[in-house]
Structures are given as C-alpha cells and as structure tokens.
Design a protein around this ligand. Structure first.
Ligand SMILES: Cc1cc2nc3c(=O)[nH]c(=O)nc-3n(C[C@H](O)[C@H](O)[C@H](O)COP(=O)(O)O)c2cc1C
Ligand SMILES: CCCCC(=O)C(=O)O
Length: 406
C-alpha cells in the first residue's frame, strides 16, 4: 500500500452544498438521525440535569440537585472519576461485545441499576411507576425507596407488566420496628429480591437548601411505605419528619440477625465507605455492600465513592458483592468503576432528572445514553466482555512524570 505524501483531492463547495448546509438547523435536525437521543438533542446526563433544573420549581430542583453542607463530597463524587484515563488496546475484534451481567438470578443489560430515591413523584406525577417501567424496558434493576410515593406492590407490578424486572427494597432503620417489619414483608411479597439497608443515615445530613426553603414534600404526595400521609408530612419540616421516623440507635447486632429472621431476601448494606465495615458485613453474613455516601447528601467531606471503592473491593476478596453509586454520569464512569473493583454501578439523580425531563421516556433515554456510552467505551478500549475490564485499561496522568499504570 502506498503511504507516501499525496495531494488531497480538492472538494469544491458547489451551490448545492451551500444550500444543503443552509437548510440544516442544527447537527441533528435531519431525518437521517432517528434515535430518540439524537432527536431530543439530549445527549448527556448533563443535558438531562439542565432540562430538569429549568422545568422544576426551584425548591424541588435544589432538593434533588444538592448535597450536604458545602457540597464537597457531592462534587468530588463525579470529579474523582476524572483522575483516571483510559488506556485502549487496539486491533481487537470488538464487533460483538457482551455488556450484560447476572444479578439476582437474571441478566441485566449492562452493569447499571437505578438507586433508590425518595420523592420521585415530585419529579413527575408517575414517579416510581415510570422509573420501574423504564428499568423493565431497558433490562436493568430498580431500588425502591422507603420514601417512595407509590406502594412497592404497584411499583413492582408496573415494571413487570412491561418486562420481567428485579427490584430491591431500600430500608431505613426506623424507631417503629413493627413498621419496619411491614415494609420488609410487603417488599418480599411484592417480589423484591433484596433489602438494601441504608446505613449512612442515623440522622439526616446538613441540608442548607432544605432549611432555607422550609422543604417538605408537596401537598398531595405521601409516603405509603413508611405510612405517612400528606397531612402528616405538612405538619413538620422534612428534617424533623425524618428524625421522628428514623432510628439513630441502629447497630449491626440489632439489625442484621433480626432482618435475617424475618426475610429470605438478600441483605445488602448501603452506605459503606470503610473497608472495616465491609469486613463487618461479611461477619454478619450480608450478601452485598453498596459503596455509597448517599450522593454526598449525608456527611459532607467523606471521600468520593470511586476513591473508597478499591480498598472496599480488596477487603471483600470475593466474599461479598461490591457495588458502587455516587456521581456516575457516563458510561466511561461505569467502565472505570468496574475496573476498580465494582461488580455493578447505580445512579440516583440521573433518574430523577430524567423523570422531570420526560417521565418514563426520559428514564429510558437516560439508560440508553449510559448504555451506548458504556458499550462504546468497551469497544474503543478493546474489551469484549465484562471480565476484560480491569485496571490494565486505566492509567493516571502525572503532572511531572510519565503515565502511571495502576
Ligand atoms: C433526591 C434523592 C433522594 C434519595 N432518597 C434516598 C432514599 O430514600 N434512600 C436511600 O437509601 N438513598 C436515597 N438517596 C441516595 C441514592 O440512593 C444514591 O445513593 C445517590 O443518589 C447516588 O448518587 P448520585 O445521585 O450522584 O447518582 C437519594 C438521593 C437523592 C438525590
Ligand atoms: C424523600 C426522603 C428521601 C430521604 C433521603 O434519603 C434523601 O433525601 O437523601
């Protein structure tokens, strides 16, 4: 093959070319581009955030978007992904890549699920039902919040009417143990596969936006899982309401054996950052851990979850499943989290922004964006299967020295 220097062919801009260009209103306005993603011009999670933030009332956007105190951890959760760079291996056949993983006895489309988040009906009237339908359509699992605005039975049913889907039930430790038990039993009867016991919230984090805005769930919305009506919600601030319901006296010995005695569902601990707590979860026979800081909404100045992940994965040594959430905004972030030891990732705010953007369709679009990006990242790094994703695909750029391998 001749690789010598050649003169590039001249491409004259004919009058037809000029007319064609003048017709274009934007890069995606032609009928050649058909997917929902292109047509809506929503190409990224940042686009979804912008759309949600401009359409929601300010107090609601602030509630969804904010973290605790100075927002340091919330910011770090995403920013910390930026210190890793991708190191592709080339000339590998990536015409077919396997993105799926088994989770709770069924394959999901790619290693991403939707974290439990309360108050979804403040983002869109169909709230958790729309999220469940979208997750089912896109073949991923959904976490149901104890602060859901719909009963778990309706949420699981909504998704399963679209396609078989696994849900997990998020649980707080409550002052009222009988109520806590009712949540567990209802979730199990509704087909949930696991309890995600949120361990990072004995009290609510310091949320200046909520205090400034006197935040409460809007009139008409209630919390059927923790059995609190709209009237009861209106009687107290969100902060006081949470404190009245949630137990600050929770501990491993009181919670885990009790949970084991009342359910056959898997028991996962959500909100772990220290490897010592991974060890304790193993001692108590838990099935999994979510490395999470609650999206930076609880204790500010905790480390970014991607920074806490490697030590947690090392402590697990394959004895307990390790998942991660917090700040994941692209398929590349998912790829990096897998390379650093997570089996699967979860996203919180992206689903809320997507709901506010366009309900069920919005959440489908959000999942499509992350799926496309993750798959393309696998192809462009030369990874054909999930097991190909390792630290060998990552590098860190030092300001002064050569590329550092992990
Ligand atoms: C508005 C909102 C409500 C949330 N509600 C809950 C909840 O009820 N229970 C829980 O364990 N975590 C809750 N979370 C935390 C998420 O499960 C998840 O850990 C976090 O959102 C992940 O970070 P990300 O939003 O940056 O993806 C909530 C998060 C947000 C943003
Ligand atoms: C609607 C209550 C959700 C509580 C919570 O976990 C959070 O705000 O982060």
């Amino acid at each position: 093959m001749h690789c010598g220097k050649t003169t590039p062919p001249q491409l004259p801009l004919t009058p037809e070319t000029w007319m064609y260009l003048a017709d274009q209103k934007g890069p995606f306005s032609t009928s050649r581009v058909s997917s929902q993603k292109m047509a809506s011009k929503i190409l990224s999670i940042a686009d979804l955030k912008e759309s949600a933030s401009s359409s929601l009332p300010e107090f609601a956007a602030e509630f969804f978007n904010s973290g605790a105190t100075n927002q340091i951890t919330m910011h770090d959760n995403s920013a910390a992904y930026g210190k890793y760079r991708l190191l592709p291996r080339v000339l590998r056949d990536v015409s077919r890549v396997e993105t799926g993983i088994p989770l709770f006895g069924r394959d999901i489309t790619f290693p991403l699920c939707v974290s439990p988040a309360g108050l979804q009906a403040m983002a869109h009237p169909e709230g958790d039902l729309a999220t469940s339908r979208a997750c089912a359509k896109m073949g991923v699992n959904m976490g149901v919040s104890s602060y859901a605005n719909y009963p778990v039975e309706e949420i699981t049913d909504a998704g399963n009417k679209v396609a078989p889907i696994n849900h997990v039930m998020q649980l707080y430790t409550l002052n009222d143990k009988a109520k806590q038990e009712r949540i567990v039993r209802r979730a199990e009867a509704a087909g949930c596969k696991a309890i995600f016991l949120t361990a990072d919230s004995p009290v609510l984090g310091v949320r200046w936006n909520e205090w400034r805005n006197g935040f409460k769930a809007p009139v008409g919305l209630d919390y059927p899982m923790i059995e609190i009506s709209s009237d009861e919600i209106q009687a107290a601030s969100h902060d006081d309401g949470f404190a009245a319901v949630n137990s600050a006296s929770h501990n491993w010995a009181a919670e885990i054996p009790w949970l084991r005695s009342i359910t056959k569902m898997e028991i996962w601990i959500k909100g772990v950052l220290a490897p010592e707590d991974v060890e304790t979860a193993i001692e108590y026979g838990c099935d999994g851990v979510i490395v999470s800081n609650h999206g930076g909404r609880q204790l500010d100045e905790t480390p970014a979850t991607i920074d806490a992940l490697p030590a947690c994965a090392k402590a697990a040594r394959g004895r307990i499943r390790i998942h991660v959430d917090g700040g994941i905004r692209s398929g590349v972030d998912i790829f990096k989290a897998l390379a650093l030891g997570a089996e699967c990732c979860w996203v919180g705010r992206p689903a809320l922004w997507a709901l506010a953007h366009d309900g069920q369709q919005g959440v489908e679009l959000m999942l499509e964006i992350l799926y496309d990006d993750f798959k393309r990242c696998m192809q462009l790094t030369g990874c054909r299967s999930i097991s190909d994703i390792t630290t060998a695909s990552l590098a860190v750029v030092n300001a002064s020295g050569p590329l550092a391998r992990l």
